[in-house]
Write a protein that binds this ligand. Sequence first.
Ligand code: IPE
Ligand code: IPE
Ligand code: MG
Length: 256
Amino acid sequence: MERDAARADDSGRRLRAPVSATDLAGGPIPGHVACVMDGNGRWAARRGLPRTEGHAAGEAALLDAVEGALELGIPWITMYAFSTENWRRPADEVRYLMGFNESLLMRRRDELHEKGVRIRFAGRRDWRVPKRVLRRMDESIDLTARNRRCTLTMAFNYGGRAEIVDAVRHLVDEGIGADKVTEKAIRSRLYFPDQPDPDLVIRTSGEHRISNFLLWQLAYSELVFDEVLWPDFRRTHLFEAVRHFQQRQRRFGGVQ
Ligand code: IPE
Ligand code: IPE
Ligand code: MG
């Protein structure tokens, strides 16, 4: 794994000191970082706890990651909290996740607001999302709408395919002719057209897949996979991922 390689010297014995924000000062800081917060269930299972305890433990990781992003001056963060496929999970877990996301907003929105974070939600507001969760989401959006230090987008009941389908539905509803269907036309109908594409995507828990996250927007994102399970993620993991990012050569299909 990349992360393990970064932490060991050539002989594989010594670990480097954790990366800090100041270590990254000389290089480019990604304008948008997106995270697939994965591994909560495995974190809990390893401790003999129910999966839901893993989700609960993920809250501290989320807040520390946001703090780290603020420290680095990253203006856009997107966090994958619930996918359109996560409804396939046992009803108890889904119910827990709905309630947990609602209570997390109630617990954390004031402190995020004080830090200058604008909260938004990307995803479908369909009938399966309980009304009271939608209410908390709207309250959080309203409370933080004028903040500009950083925009935190929670991808909730989000699917990359659903987002593209929704954009195409808009095009059809508007009666856009085939010759007017361009990348720009599709992009401008995504959930947040004002948001730049992620420069860096981090997925935790050692899984090497996208799982329907931001399919349109990830076309040229740098991907970093980390073995750490999400509840153990802290800002130093974010800094380490940014260090990988700084070592990458982005070509966007061109030549160096
Ligand atoms: C990520 O952790 C949280 C959500 C998908 C809501 P998981 O619940 O997927 O944890 P694992 O992958 O089963 O360990
Ligand atoms: C992706 O994780 C979704 C979130 C982190 C919210 P999953 O755990 O649902 O993805 P798969 O099922 O392993 O691909
Ligand atoms: Mg998972």
